[in-house]
Design a protein around this ligand. Structure first.
Ligand code: PDD
Length: 289
């Protein structure tokens, strides 16, 4: 079946879907986006993603392109028209199209693009392999809490990581503390078995998966501490992992040249992945009811 993309009011064959060369996202990365997990054709944590999208728009002085309900309808339609059961839906909102000028006019018509694709979900938390990550300096701008399409440092860092055979780049601030990863949030399990991740602020993206995993951890009696952790602490941690919509809860078993723990995915990470996978299945059933 051929893929279909939504662009500004029309559902088009993916290969013919286009935005204008004067779109401000093309010239200035002037756009925001969301990537949402679909399970059994339904979006997981839809509410959290919509709240974050609204916040990104607000922070960048962009008007909402249409009602929340209309945006959700487009995403549901894009999932259905692509016959996606388990997969991802991608929504991008750009400020609009205008002759290239740094100064933007109010009242531009926003560009809205939506695509969806199938992705196999992990079925068995205990079978999830561990991955290697490498550390890189965090050289992004100072508002990475806003989910903009301005992702060049992220793309460069993740490509450098891939060229070193790593799954992700863990980004490190000037003080030697891990901020997050190029496209996911970073976590460790400390010597006391507590799960540690950097607190929300302008220096990390407020991951929807991060929020969900914190809630699931607490529900399962696992202590969570939101505080910065250094690369040194991560190298000596019991376990490490990362989270995102597309990576779920991913065990990290090597950071640069150092093996983490015993080199195998740890029990806490596996428990959190298992709880997260259960949640995604329940969420899709609950939505259907
Ligand atoms: N990335 N940090 C960064 C820099 C990210 O780009 C992402 C998501 C996350 C995790 O957020 P969430 O749990 O809401 O997916 C953290 C998406 C998946 C992407 O750009 O493809």
């Amino acid at each position: 079946m051929s893929r279909v993309a939504y662009v500004n009011g029309r559902y088009l064959p993916h290969g013919r879907a286009r935005v204008h060369i004067d779109d401000r996202a093309h010239n200035f990365a002037d756009g925001v986006y969301e990537v949402i997990l679909a399970v059994d054709g339904r979006m997981v944590d839809e509410e959290g993603h919509m709240v974050r999208l609204a916040r990104s728009l607000r922070e960048l002085d962009m008007p909402a392109p249409m009602s929340d309900r209309a945006l959700r309808h487009i995403m549901h339609q894009t999932i259905a028209r692509n016959r996606v059961k388990d997969g991802m839906v991608y929504l991008q909102v750009n400020r609009g199209t205008a002759p290239r000028n740094h100064v933007y006019d109010d009242g531009l018509t926003p560009t809205v693009v939506c695509t969806a694709r199938s992705v196999a979900l992990p079925r068995d938390a205990d079978a999830a392999p561990g991955v290697k990550v490498v550390t890189r300096p965090d050289n992004r701008w100072e508002r990475v809490d806003i989910k903009t399409v301005s992702l060049l440092p992220n793309a460069l860092a993740k490509t450098a990581a891939a060229r070193e055979g790593a799954y992700e780049a863990w980004l490190v601030d000037d003080g030697g503390f891990v901020t997050e990863c190029s496209s996911s949030n970073a976590w460790i399990v400390d010597r006391d078995g507590r799960v540690v991740t950097r607190p929300l602020g302008v220096d990390i993206l407020p991951g929807v998966t991060r929020d969900r995993v914190i809630a699931l951890a607490r529900k399962n009696g696992i202590a969570v501490v939101e505080r910065p952790f250094s690369v040194g602490e991560a190298l000596n941690a019991r376990e490490a992992f990362l989270t995102s919509t597309t990576s779920f809860v991913k065990p990290v078993t090597q950071i640069d040249d150092t093996t983490i723990g015993n080199g195998h995915p740890g029990a806490t990470t596996r428990a959190l992945l298992s709880a997260y996978l259960d949640f995604t299945r329940r969420a899709s059933v609950a939505d259907a009811a």
